[in-house]
Design a protein around this ligand. Structure first.
Ligand SMILES: Nc1ncnc2c1ncn2[C@@H]1O[C@H](COP(=O)(O)OP(=O)(O)OP(=O)(O)O)[C@@H](O)[C@H]1O
Ligand SMILES: [Mg+2]
Length: 318
């Protein structure tokens, strides 16, 4: 089923201050397709991913709706949500080692959810775990299954986590930085496995990544986040052919195969007026109107939140 995020806002109260981390996010995720979420560190990608699996820090203040079909995930109680988690929507956390219990063997971690659901007789779990580990490129899967997380390299831990999070073949995988910390071979292996899940098994995916090359090769849609907002959304081919938002253009130019020109400033440079565009203080195309909030505009299913883009493209927007 599709997932529709509507006006999702998340904030954290730290030291008596309210920190708005997601601001009125609306995004549609189409069943069986891959949406890549890209954006600099701190833009709120992981918070969005965790919200989809209802695994946010209990301190988080959440409003809005996350509709999975007609069900609002934010209204479910925990037993109802745990029926959906893993089976329908599986979240692969950004830091694989911290997602695991240091005292649990990795093989048991991979099949934990099957054990929880009593989906298979317990004597079959070990064999299923090993098969799953092997599928994700761990050749010495028997030994890996018997080891504890502390004994794994970063790359192995990443593969163990993917194995665990896809063991139920969920309809949706939220993969937060699945290739982080892997060498070129490891990245390729994970890429091929994700491809197989996406293309052959039609597993829908939310791919959170800094790796634009991976996003370009694997995703159908791109959503660009900046300071807790979606600033651009388009089909992947269209996005890379003509990124519309100055921030997106900066991200694309910062890639190794392009100019590798970093965007000056950082995400903590926030505008003086909270109502303006968050990127304005760093924007090379800044104009007078940027102190006013711009809504998303759409042209041929390419959505951009930028006054300059509106100027450049005439007033042909919906
Ligand atoms: N539990 C929390 N309490 C307070 N602030 C939080 C919490 N979790 C996240 N944040 C803040 O929310 C913002 C977005 O964090 P998030 O981890 O989603 O960024 P990100 O886009 O995933 O970054 P990265 O690319 O580095 O993974 C950051 O400012 C972060 O400090
Ligand atoms: Mg993150």
């Amino acid at each position: 089923m599709d997932i529709r995020i509507r006006d999702l806002s998340v904030s954290f109260v730290t030291n008596g201050k309210n920190l708005a981390v997601l601001k009125n996010i609306s995004l549609g995720l189409v069943q069986g397709t891959v949406t890549a979420i890209i954006g600099e560190s701190g833009s709120g990608k992981s918070v969005l991913g965790a919200a989809l699996a209802r695994l946010l820090d209990p301190q988080a203040v959440i409003s809005g709706r996350i509709l999975y079909g007609d069900t609002d995930l934010l209204l479910l109680d925990e037993p109802e949500m745990s029926e959906i988690r893993g089976k329908s929507i599986s979240w692969m956390a950004q830091n694989p080692v911290s997602a695991m219990d240091p005292l649990q063997k990795t093989g048991d971690f991979v099949t934990e959810i099957l054990d929880f659901r009593k989906a298979f007789p317990s004597e079959r779990l070990q064999e299923i775990g090993i098969k799953q580990l092997r599928r994700f490129g761990l050749q010495n899967a028997e030994t890996v299954g018997q080891s504890y997380p502390g004994a794994l390299s970063g790359g192995m831990a990443q593969r163990v986590l993917i194995s665990a999070m896809t063991v139920e073949e969920p309809e949706w995988l939220i993969a937060d930085e699945p290739t982080k910390g892997l060498d070129a071979m490891g990245r390729r292996q994970v890429y091929l496995n994700l491809c197989q899940l996406a293309r052959e098994r039609r597993m829908g995916m939310v791919l959170i990544t800094h790796d634009l090359r991976l996003a370009e090769r694997l995703s159908n849609y791109i959503a660009v986040m900046y300071a807790g907002e979606i600033v651009e959304y388009a089909g992947t081919g269209e996005f890379f052919a003509s990124p519309g938002h100055p921030y997106s253009r900066g991200l694309v130019a910062a890639q190794p195969d392009k100019d590798m020109k970093p965007i000056p400033g950082d995400i903590t440079d926030l505008p003086a007026s909270a109502s303006g565009c968050s990127f304005a203080p760093r924007c090379p195309s800044f104009c007078d109107r940027c102190s006013e909030k711009q809504k998303m505009v759409e042209k041929d299913s390419h959505f951009v939140r930028c006054w300059r883009y509106v100027q450049e493209n005439g007033d042909t927007f919906r």
